[in-house]
Design a protein around this ligand. Structure first.
Ligand SMILES: CC(C)(COP(=O)(O)OP(=O)(O)OC[C@H]1O[C@@H](n2cnc3c(N)ncnc32)[C@H](O)[C@@H]1OP(=O)(O)O)[C@@H](O)C(=O)NCCC(=O)NCCS
Length: 176
């Protein structure tokens, strides 16, 4: 129907999360294949991704992280996480991690929608300061700037691209 937003953002927890683990696991290798520096080195298989998703799922059940998924026609096309497992002296803070959108669904606002929901859900549970880091100069850096995040600075050669080349990292924060 015209005018209906086809992108749906859902916060996944048990039992929904277990049902969508394979869908989530499909997004991660696609991003690594697209040379995104998101913790993993190439080659990165669906089985590798499934294992990572299972570990995240356990932490979601333990309340240590929140996982949001973006659906297009009932297929997972993107995801983002908020890590709540902060030290005792940082109960108001959380880290945003693993903002990932499948290459087939990019440039239609999926990441922006995921981030808006992540911020709203974090605020709703009393987290008033979010922190993240991202590859310097990549698409995500423009997104965070557009969404009102403040850039702290750049750490040179902080991480590696999947093919082993070093990349700089930019650290951002946002008060909610
Ligand atoms: C970074 C990433 C998450 C962005 O996802 P995305 O869903 O394409 O992001 P958005 O659609 O919200 O915004 C991307 C661009 O599309 C544009 N856009 C949004 N909706 C649009 C639409 N309907 N039509 C045309 N363009 C649109 C945005 O303005 C933005 O433009 P810009 O890059 O020139 O600033 C994605 O590229 C990705 O997964 N990269 C690999 C993993 C990664 O690096 N993650 C970040 C880790 S911190």
């Amino acid at each position: 129907m015209a005018g209906v937003d086809p992108i749906e953002i859902r916060r996944l927890a048990s039992p929904d999360l277990s049902r969508h683990l394979d869908g989530l696991a499909a997004v991660l290798p696609d991003c690594v294949a697209g040379r995104a520096s998101v913790s993993y080195m190439a080659p990165f298989s669906h089985a590798d991704a499934r294992a990572a998703c299972e570990a995240w799922s356990e932490e979601v059940q333990q309340g240590k992280r929140m996982l949001l998924a973006a659906f297009l026609d009932d297929t997972v096309v993107g995801t983002v996480q908020v890590v709540f497992a902060t030290p005792p002296n940082q109960p108001h803070r959380a880290d945003v991690a693993k903002l990932l959108v499948h290459r087939s669904a990019r440039r239609r606002g999926v990441a922006q929608r995921l981030m808006e929901h992540a911020e709203a859900e974090s605020r709703a549970v009393g987290r008033t300061l979010l922190v993240l880091d991202t590859v310097t100069g990549d698409d995500a850096e423009r997104l965070y700037t557009r969404l009102g995040w403040t850039k702290v600075g750049v750490i040179p050669s902080y991480a590696l691209y999947p093919d082993g080349r070093p990349c700089d990292t930019t650290v951002f924060w946002k008060a909610l």
